[in-house]
Design a protein around this ligand. Structure first.
Ligand code: URA
Length: 246
């Protein structure tokens, strides 16, 4: 059986949906990843440093490629010190749905794409369960550099990255935002408490445009708390209903 189909069936089974038993899939050989480039500096000792501001007036940036280029040249200070590269996006920039996660981890830092590690694989399965493939969504993060030692980004670091995210959203022009995890939810809505806000629509207004935004449990959290997958499934159905209504 195709690995993607098996993984989707596994997700349904975890949700309590009846699925036929299938034989275990053959292990898939993963490509070797490149080693860290020489120019990647080691993490700085102190995470406390005044955050930098984009030197460019971001409203002058008219394409996603230009935004990516400006971010490549941006010195993110301590946040970027241990990162190999900026982690910009993956998926379809013309999609109605923009998925916004928290910050890159190790796999994302290596590949330069968001949500490509273990939690990204679960995220893809969750979206596939409501019939969304990579052409149906566009993914980025609030923070675009892997924080040193995989720690959570600090508030000043989030504030430093927000102007980039706002421009990113303005250029991608999604119809719906999916806020993956508490950091993403609070950065964009100001609301805290993912346990009580997941699955409830919030309005996010930026640059005069209001986007409906749905907070969702972070897949890394669901990997630790699988009993919450049922709630996540309900939230995904809420998302599907909205997308079908567009
Ligand atoms: N977690 C996130 O929030 N984003 C990623 O890109 C990977 C893991």
């Amino acid at each position: 059986m195709d690995a993607a189909l098996r993984s989707l069936l596994d997700w349904y089974a975890e949700m309590g949906v009846d699925v036929p038993k299938v034989a275990p899939a053959k292990p898939v050989r993963r490509p070797l990843v490149k080693s860290k480039p020489d120019n990647a500096a080691s993490p700085s000792a102190s995470p406390i440093e005044p955050p930098a501001k984009p030197a460019t007036d971001l409203s002058k940036i008219k394409t996603l490629a230009d935004l990516h280029a400006v971010m490549n040249d941006f010195d993110a200070g301590v946040l970027g010190d241990g990162a190999r590269q900026v982690v910009f996006s993956r998926g379809n920039p013309d999609a109605d749905l923009m998925v916004i996660g928290e910050a890159p981890g190790r796999d994302e830092d290596i590949q330069g794409k968001p949500f490509v590690g273990r939690s990204g694989q679960l995220l893809d399965r969750m979206l596939a369960a409501i019939a969304l493939g990579e052409e149906d969504f566009y993914v980025t993060n609030v923070v675009n550099w892997r924080p040193p030692k995989n720690r959570n980004p600090t508030k000043p670091e989030i504030d430093m990255c927000l102007p980039f995210l706002e421009r990113h959203i303005a250029l991608a022009k999604p119809k719906v935002l999916l806020l993956v995890g508490g950091i993403s939810m609070s950065a964009l809505t100001g609301v805290t408490g993912i346990m009580k806000n997941h699955g409830q629509w919030h309005d996010v207004t930026m640059d005069g445009t209001t986007y409906p935004a749905l907070p969702l449990y972070h897949p890394a959290f669901l990997l630790r708390r699988p009993e919450l997958k049922k709630d996540a499934w309900r939230d995904l159905l809420v998302l599907r209903e909205k997308l079908l209504s567009l």
